[in-house]
Write a protein that binds this ligand. Structure first.
Ligand SMILES: [Zn+2]
Length: 236
């Protein structure tokens, strides 16, 4: 799975119009590499983990790996729950060490994380949190635990459901606590970049993905099927 990385030198030569090259997705979102013209780059992307996983899911549909699509979308929803938990805790001014120690107790079990998300969301926004329906959850379980091979229609349906859970949640987070969303984004970026110390040139880029936390979706978001057709994926 590959992502577009900006080459700073090529872009400078191109009158500062961005020039991209492809690199393999990296777990920490930091890309050290050469563009096809041999310029060295060190770029940190602002892509959040759930955004990266969702992108992998969309590409898996394109490549006709429907089982991988569903497992990537499911992982994306889980990591979105984690992101939301962190934003809501920030919103309630929870001390960082209390959050870290509490997270430790749920970090190995996704069911616990889902429960934490549902109740933090309800207690904060006085609304029921958007989550996957029981039908979608059992499809996920069949695929992940029973080795069921889904077809394209099921992968698209699951992708659409995951997309709506995340976009609805992000819409709420942005509407109610945009400052905390941005603070969490900065904190995650900082954590990534700090690992590389002074050696890192500290340039960053925003990668265009299907989900993008910094995008203003207060007026609504585009349908999932539009995301697929924009990637040239024929709809079932
Ligand atoms: Zn270059």
């Amino acid at each position: 799975m590959r992502t577009s990385i900006i080459c700073q030198e090529c872009s400078r030569i191109n009158n500062n119009w961005a020039v991209f090259y492809l690199d393999t997705f990296r777990d920490d979102g930091v890309y050290f590499g050469c563009c096809p013209k041999g310029h060295d780059n060190a770029i940190a992307t602002q892509t959040l983990r759930h955004e990266m996983l969702f992108e992998i899911g969309v590409n898996a549909i394109k490549d006709t790996y429907y089982r991988e699509a569903i497992s990537s979308f499911a992982a994306s929803v889980e990591r979105y729950y984690e992101f939301a938990i962190r934003v809501i805790c920030r919103h309630s001014k929870l001390a960082d060490d209390v959050l870290q120690r509490s997270w430790k107790s749920v970090s190995r079990q996704s069911e616990r994380q889902t429960g934490a998300y549902i109740f933090l969301y309800a207690a904060t926004f006085r609304e029921v949190a958007p989550t996957l329906s029981e039908t979608m959850t059992s499809l996920r379980n069949d695929v992940i635990h029973k080795g069921i091979l889904p077809d394209k229609a099921q992968a698209v349906e699951f992708g659409e459901a995951s997309y709506q859970v995340i976009q609805n949640g992000v819409q709420k987070l942005r509407a109610e606590c945009l400052d905390d969303v941005n603070a969490e984004l900065v904190a995650q970026m900082r954590k990534t970049i700090e690992k590389y110390g002074d050696k890192f040139p500290r340039s960053t880029q925003v990668t265009q993905t299907a989900l993008n936390i910094i995008q203003d979706i207060s007026g609504g978001y585009g349908p999932f099927r539009q995301v697929l057709s924009a990637r040239g994926i024929p709809l079932p």
